[in-house]
Design a protein around this ligand. Sequence first.
Ligand code: PMP
Length: 391
Amino acid sequence: MGVFLDTVPWSGIVRIRDMMFSVENPYRLDQGDVSFDAPESVKAAMARAVAENRTHYLQSTGLPRLRELLAEKMRRKNAIPVGDIDEVLVTNGGIHALYVMFQALLEPGDEVVLPDPVWPPTWGHTIAARATPVFVPLREEIGWRYDVDELRHAVTSKTRAIYLNSPHNPTGGILTRADIEAIADLARERNLWVFSDEAYEDVRFEGEHVSIGSLPGMYERTIPMFTMSKSYAITGVRVGYLSVKDEQVRDRAKKILLYTTSNVCSIAQYGGIGALEGPQDCIDQFTAELRARRDLFYDGIQRLGGIFSGAPPAGAFYAFVRIDPGWRGAAPHASASWAMAEHLIKHGRIGCVPGADFGAAGEGHVRFCFARERKELTGALESMSRLFSTV
Ligand code: PMP
């Protein structure tokens, strides 16, 4: 693995984060983190766990009570026919769940169909599993969804899995039920697995969330993956989970869990129990506030004289906007999105992520996270107005 890791890419988001440390009073619209505080139910459960000395080794797969609640949640909310709690594995956040599933299922040379743009760690996970990413563009004109025919054409005899991420980071596109049904048909026909990344299942402004694992015969060939990071605003607590029906793949996944974590932090897992046993109204409250922030942000960028364009996203909390092709960055630059990102950071103190970092189809765009406090969004918009001289 050692030398091979030299070929696994870093995410440009990390490069941006490092650049942001040198900026005074920055507007941090680069990171995909929410500004909300954790629900009381989570904080109280973690405080209780500390007071009760729940600080010892646990089962590698997770606390049984947590897995019971997660299995119940996936059955009830996602309509995934999860059987025994043995199928449920608790991970160190969603990113670890993805690592576990990619390592457990893929062989060197397997092809994995990924969207373009894609959340960069998924790309890294594919390469780290020595598999080959095959990119299929998401089409902006249809709400950043797949053209399913295009997806069908990307499948070859080497394709092992399709990775789905709906709602999608960075574009906010949501696949419709018809899309998911067509992709399920393709997976059944071509005997493919589906990695279903449902990290943003609760962050939706339009449309429904359909878990592909809920469709007939699909859970057997789907590894659904979720995280508590976004739904409960606990990105730093690190509780993610996945569910695997296939015993052999699950057995491998358990080994990866054992060797990478021994167990996920006990206090975090009690926090997860608190989240699921507590009131769920925080989810709707977060979404309502995020909708207001989305509208505020899009209203602001529309006043910038066309420098950024694009429809507000159906889900997730990113503005993935097109840069005016007529804009000429301060310095000659091979990539318009990097030029814009550097311009915004250096001259406007505004963090954002260049679209090129998400893949070839992302070039010409930048991603802003609008899950920040309203005053941070307003400050960033004022700074942009000054920068692009529209005031
Ligand atoms: N999938 C996607 C598409 C994401 O955007 C993220 C977080 N940004 C994750 C998975 C992982 O979330 P976490 O590790 O914070 O639980």
